[in-house]
Design a protein around this ligand. Structure first.
Ligand SMILES: Cc1cc2nc3c(=O)[nH]c(=O)nc-3n(C[C@H](O)[C@H](O)[C@H](O)COP(=O)(O)OP(=O)(O)OC[C@H]3O[C@@H](n4cnc5c(N)ncnc54)[C@H](O)[C@@H]3O)c2cc1C
Length: 100
């Protein structure tokens, strides 16, 4: 099982002791998955793995039939994770291609 924290949760704890943060994440996981038994866990932290500024909208069309998509589009305030923004952006390009 992989527990992903949202950017705000991670930012608040980035410089905290890793074992404390790991224990807090396990507590959060147990809130989400009732009855969960955790026998082992590993905490991973990547400070620069998330876009801090993103462009509004799903994508850019640079030229006719030339689109730019990725995790640089969407909403950080909405707390979507990077992969989620990238997938949503790609889907919006796919929808635009179908229309054109
Ligand atoms: C260590 C790490 C951990 C992460 N963990 C998480 C996580 O737990 N949850 C989460 O939601 N997100 C996580 N992310 C973020 C996630 O990986 C990105 O949000 C996602 O990969 C963005 O997808 P993308 O398609 O926008 O960009 P990318 O996946 O970066 O794809 C860009 C592609 O463009 C190619 N490229 C770049 N320049 C050129 C060029 N000039 N010409 C041709 N090709 C080019 C690159 O080679 C690459 O294949 C993590 C990122 C890192 C680095």
């Amino acid at each position: 099982m992989v527990g992903l924290a949202n950017p705000r949760w991670s930012a608040r704890r980035f410089d905290a002791d890793a074992s404390v943060t790991e224990a807090e994440l396990v507590v959060e996981l147990r809130e989400v998955v009732r009855g969960l038994s955790v026998s082992n866990s590993i905490l991973k932290r990547w400070r620069y793995a998330n876009a801090t500024h993103v462009l509004a909208g799903g994508f850019l069309e640079l030229a006719e039939r030339c689109w730019v998509a990725g995790d640089g589009f969407g909403s950080v305030a909405g707390e979507n994770n990077g992969v989620e923004r990238a997938v949503r952006s790609a889907l919006s390009v796919a929808a635009a291609i179908q229309v054109t």
